[in-house]
Write a protein of this length. Structure first.
Length: 142
């Protein structure tokens, strides 16, 4: 648990100053660490899982609140979607992500702190930041 706390402190030092907030939850024996940065228009999310002594799957997504306000009622009315709040949608659309940062189903041993931090840095700089820059608002669909 001590090593996991070190990893969290490091990731906090990168994301919290950028306006992200950490939300932790548990599901199926995993701790889900979901960093979210919210505005009136969108929610940017960076997340990963901790299971036992492994970190799994650095992940990013964007939720466009304005788009969800239009789509959710249509999907709910046609019984394609349950009743959900727009801000609870993880991602407004799916994009293919680079698998080298997913850390596979086996995950990465937390005791390998330097490796985990290096992978996170690459993920953040090469994948997440360019993604959030490209998909910063609904104008990107025009």
């Amino acid at each position: 648990m001590k090593e996991f706390r070190k990893v969290l402190i490091y990731i906090d030092s990168i994301l919290l100053p950028k306006g992200f907030k950490l939300f932790e939850s548990q599901e199926s024996g995993c701790i889900i660490c979901d960093y979210r940065k919210s505005t009136n228009q969108s929610i940017n999310s960076i997340a990963f899982l901790k299971r036992e002594d492994k970190i799994k799957g650095f992940y990013y997504a964007v939720n466009f609140i304005e788009m969800e306000l239009i789509i959710i009622p249509i999907l709910t009315k046609n019984k394609l979607f349950g009743d959900v709040k727009p801000e609870n949608i993880d991602e407004s659309f799916w994009v293919q992500k680079n698998t080298r940062y997913t850390l596979s189903d086996d995950g990465k041993d937390i005791s390998k702190y330097e490796e985990v931090v290096n992978i996170f840095n690459l993920f953040y700089k090469e994948e997440a930041l360019p993604f959030f820059e490209k998909w910063k608002d609904l104008k990107c669909f025009i």
